[in-house]
Write a protein that binds this ligand. Sequence first.
Ligand code: NAD
Length: 248
Amino acid sequence: MTDFDGLVAVVTGGASGIGLATAELLSSRGAKVAALDINPDVKDPLLGIRTDVSDDESVQSAIAEVVEKFGRLDVVVNNAGIGAQGDVSANSDEEWNRVLNVNVVGMARVARAALPHLRNSPSAAIVNTCSIAAWAGLPQRVLYSASKGAVYGLTLAMAADHVREGIRVNAVAPGTADTPWVGRLLDSAPDPAAERAALEARQPHGRLVSADEVAGAIAYLASPLSGSTAGTILAVDGGMYGLRLRPK
Ligand code: NAD
């Protein structure tokens, strides 16, 4: 793993789960890291900035604060995301707008605010958190899957637009990862332990993906070690995508 000495990173949704693991990993490798989160409760040396990615003013002010404090911006990890359940009849227009505004427009909004600063970086990278839901056909996850399908397209189109100016755009696509989000879903089941065991058994490698494993993939795509990689969606899913398996 390369180091991030002298580089500055923002991680949206950086106060929990995959985002927090990523913020801590980049920080441990020398980056100055700001966690942009609606609940920015993070420990030193991470800088927590209360940010709502669904609000343009909030995003612009957070990016301006990072650049004012650290003097530059090199890495954007677009990770904040929220869930939605049900078939196509389940979600109202308001819910569609709310979820797409966070999961899709939020990523475009953060990138838009960050781009002028990334153009000054010799080591600029954007990494979006997609999901295997983008292509797996998950049952009862229509809105969430559509949002991550949009992240897939956003990533490829942005990669094409910016690779020639030295800004690499890639994404990770986690399978089911052991984060507070998934913990909350399991806790809402009648028997959380049995539900967890069943979920683990459905994974190709027999366990959930760890947040640290996803963070490692994000750090790779954010680092100069992946300097020739753009427009790639790196699955971190125990092999589900690579093996062309459908979630059971
Ligand atoms: P998490 O709930 O543990 O963390 C998400 C963080 O995002 C929280 O700190 C939350 O406060 C923040 N957040 C939510 N809305 C926000 C907003 N409007 N503005 C700023 N911050 C906001 O979730 P996680 O499991 O770590 O998920 C992180 C990302 O990974 C999401 O994009 C999710 O879709 C994706 N993902 C997760 C899994 C999984 O199984 N956990 C699988 C595939 C993809």
